[in-house]
Design a protein around this ligand. Structure first.
Ligand code: PLP
Length: 399
């Protein structure tokens, strides 16, 4: 006998991973150059050179017993202070390392938050389209996920929908901007309106409603856009961050939770986040990359290729008659499907070796996601395939 829930999670692969695996299999059949894999959000640019240099320097010069040893459960104190100092310089705050808890990427940061905060009957509100693992993480903590719909044209979070969904059971609201899967950045007005809703509801229900800001894409922002610093807009914000995308280090598993002292019951929340890390067995974030992150947290990979890819995809796809949302950051494009059933559309796209993730898994049927963290040249070669795909609908209609 094993846990039904874990068995289900272990056997039902995520749609994204499934497509990614299919892509590898298909590449073996028809050649990698003939498969146009837009499935997975693996950064396609290398980390800044300082990352490898710093790792090598640490490996060559530091005491290896210490370097590879356990750190404090919440992360090395010097590393946490270095990250806090970087945040202070950028956002004009006065955090200390004691407000940071280092984690195995944003995934662990989110899990620690949900597990640390959730009491029986609690709910977390999430706006579509959303990163599908939220549901797994939230339900894993014993809480329920409450999904709200965005503004249908802009895919911005809809403050009115938020107000309607928040109830006395709401422990928190998750926001992710720049957004995976839409590439949308929530505007200052949207976020201010959301903050006003949460302030009012927290007062009405007599308990804090935490805003959990999931920000792995904070630094991947295209020209003309900016990402507001949420703790500056809403007191009870907890930040979940990852170096996976900004420094192109997804395999190294390094990120953090920031619980600012300004947040309600911050001492308890921080301790509960640490307790969750303990109960989940995370112990401490990878030691070598804690040190690398401390020295490289002010850097970003060269993300200009993502902006170039976004421009190329948007102009080419619109020219072919597709409708899409202009990406403002991250490396995802959300495309309207040419038939109502996005799963069927994704299957049809596979016939042209285009791997596009159905929107249903993101809570957004009728869309597909393209991860454009790929070589620009692959996009150029994929455009004729998108043309054929569109043509197949004009000729045959949807099956
Ligand atoms: N949150 C979002 C929105 C993501 O897109 C991802 C990864 O793709 C994560 C969290 C998890 O990131 P990490 O690799 O740091 O665990």
């Amino acid at each position: 006998m094993v846990s039904e829930r874990m068995l289900g999670l272990g056997t039902a692969r995520s749609v994204i991973r499934e497509l990614f695996e299919y892509g590898k299999q298909r590449a073996a059949e028809v050649g990698a150059e003939n498969v146009f894999d837009f499935s997975i959000g693996n950064p396609s640019v290398p980390p800044p050179p300082q990352v490898d240099e710093e790792a090598v320097r640490l490996l060559q010069t530091e005491n290896s017993t210490l370097l590879h040893g356990y750190t404090s459960a919440q992360g090395d104190a010097g590393v946490r202070q270095a990250i806090a100092d970087n945040l202070n310089r950028r956002f004009g705050c006065r955090y200390t390392g004691d407000e940071l808890y280092l984690t195995v990427g944003a995934a662990a940061a989110l899990c620690c938050c949900f597990h640390g905060l959730a009491c029986p009957g609690d709910e977390f509100v999430v706006s579509a389209p959303y990163f599908p693992e939220y549901k797994v993480f939230i339900e894993g903590s014993g809480a329920a996920m409450r999904l709200i719909q965005p503004d249908p044209d802009t895919l911005q979070l809809d403050p009115a929908a938020l107000a309607a969904a928040v109830s006395p059971r709401t422990k928190g609201v998750v926001v992710n901007s720049p957004n995976n899967p839409s590439g949308v950045i929530y505007t200052l007005d949207t976020l201010k309106a959301a903050a006003a809703v949460l302030e009012e509801k927290s007062r009405e229900y007599g308990h804090p409603i935490y805003l959990i800001s999931d920000e792995p894409y904070r630094e991947i922002v295209f020209e003309g856009y900016s990402v507001p610093w949420l703790p500056g807009l809403y007191r009870d914000t907890i930040v979940c961050y990852s170096f996976s995308k900004s420094l192109s280090l997804p395999g190294e598993r390094i990120g953090y939770v920031l619980v600012p002292t300004q947040a309600a019951d911050s001492g308890q929340v921080y301790a509960a986040v640490a307790g969750a890390g303990r109960s989940l067995g995370y112990v401490n974030a990878p030691s070598l990359f804690q040190r690398v992150a401390a020295r490289c947290c002010g850097l970003t990979s060269d993300t200009s290729i993502y902006e170039r890819n976004a421009g190329l995809l948007v102009s080419s796809l619109r020219e072919l008659g597709y409708t899409c949302v202009q990406p403002q950051g991250a490396f995802y494009l959300f495309l309207k499907t040419l038939e109502a059933d996005d799963l069927a559309f994704s299957e049809r796209a596979k016939e042209f070796n285009l791997l596009l993730v159905p929107g249903s898994g993101f809570g957004a049927p009728g869309w597909v996601r393209l991860a454009f963290c790929v070589q620009t040249e692959m996009i150029q070669r994929a455009i004729p395939k998108f043309k054929e795909l569109a043509q197949s609908y004009r000729e045959g209609g949807a099956d």
